[in-house]
Design a protein around this ligand. Structure first.
Ligand SMILES: [Zn+2]
Ligand SMILES: [Zn+2]
Length: 338
């Protein structure tokens, strides 16, 4: 009898223990962005809502992820910026699952473009009174983890985060680029999420000139464990100055079959001194196969028409160990936080 009771207690502990992990899902959006974060508290935060398609492909994929995670609502929706590959599926998704607070960088700087003005107006109507504009230094109150906004509307934090502040020797090599032709990229909300020793960095589609604000002349961010490559792994972002500063142990690239995943970005990541592994949402078809990461760590191999939309996932234990999983083939790999 006693033995049985002990066994059932252990069983309950195992279930309880598993739910205490932080989990992040990268939803495949064929080169769009949608990252679902589920805190050990059970609260959730979705970062971006991918593309709009006639069949609501991305909204359905995001919804499926919320169901896999056992969510009844999305507590916080952070829209990094107002481009179609980051807000496209929002309206369709909002009909599938309740969304709590809508957070963003403030008015789009591309409002003179009619398509942007329409999308922005629709966003305001959907967000209604729950909208909150984020400023650098703000905290997103996702219970159980610490989420700090470090970039928003082109402004970065001004003081180094804890354990950061080292001079960045690569800054002397930086040359200012021409301003981005899609300037809302540089308005992106960027944040650092901390859970114990583990940290995760997402800077939206921030481009090279604006990355410098965070890492030159001193590195205000510090080193990170997991980095979602900015801008789907495009070379307009992901400067050597940023990557040698943050030295991520793992990089997750939310590229599409023919978007992002540029060979030069793989090279910069591999030279950064930190990247142990790169995981990809898609095989980048325009980049040589041998430059892409190993097949085991790529969630989708096919062009969009045949793509099943497999996800990548990380599960982070409170002691700092984090386990990456490719949901296409079940391949997993375990890493330690710095
Ligand atoms: Zn963009
Ligand atoms: Zn984008």
């Amino acid at each position: 009898m006693k033995k049985l009771l002990l066994l059932s207690l252990l069983g309950a502990y195992a279930v309880y223990g598993a739910s205490k992990n932080l989990e992040i899902y990268w939803i495949d959006a064929e080169g769009g962005a949608a990252t679902l974060i589920v805190s050990p508290s059970g609260e959730s935060m979705l970062v971006d809502t991918a593309n709009r398609t006639p069949d609501d492909r991305d909204a359905k994929r995001i919804f499926a992820a919320t169901q896999q995670a056992g969510l009844k609502k999305i507590d916080f929706l952070v829209t990094t910026h107002f481009h179609g590959d980051h807000i496209g599926a929002m309206a369709a998704l909002a009909k599938m699952i309740p969304i709590g607070v809508y957070m963003d960088h403030g008015e789009s700087v591309e409002i003179a473009r009619p398509a942007v003005a329409t999308a922005y107006k629709a966003y305001l109507e959907l967000a209604g009174t729950t909208r909150r504009i984020l400023k650098p230094g703000d905290r997103i109150p996702l219970k159980g983890v610490d989420v700090q906004v470090i970039m928003s509307a082109g402004q970065g934090i001004l003081k180094p985060l804890k354990n950061a502040g080292a001079k960045n020797a690569t800054c002397a090599d930086f040359k200012e680029h021409a301003p981005d032709t899609d300037p809302d990229n540089d308005q992106s909300v960027g944040f650092l999420l901390k859970f114990g020793k583990f940290d995760f960095l997402d800077l939206g589609d921030l481009t090279r000139n604006y990355e410098q604000k965070l890492v030159c002349p001193v590195n205000l961010i510090g080193k990170v464990d997991l980095y979602q490559t900015s801008h789907h792994g495009l070379d307009r972002s992901n400067s050597p100055q940023l990557l040698t500063a943050i030295q991520p142990t793992v990089a997750v690239m939310n590229n599409g079959p023919r978007k992002g995943g540029q060979a030069t970005v793989f090279e910069t990541l591999r030279k950064s001194g930190g990247v142990g592994d790169i995981w990809q949402g898609h095989l980048a078809l325009d980049t040589p196969k041998e430059v892409n990461t190993g097949e085991d760590m790529i969630a989708n191999m096919e062009p969009t028409a045949e793509c099943k939309g497999n996800m990548l996932k990380v599960s982070v234990e409170s002691k700092g160990t984090f386990i990456m999983t490719n949901l296409r083939n079940g391949f997993t790999k375990t890493y330690n936080s710095k």
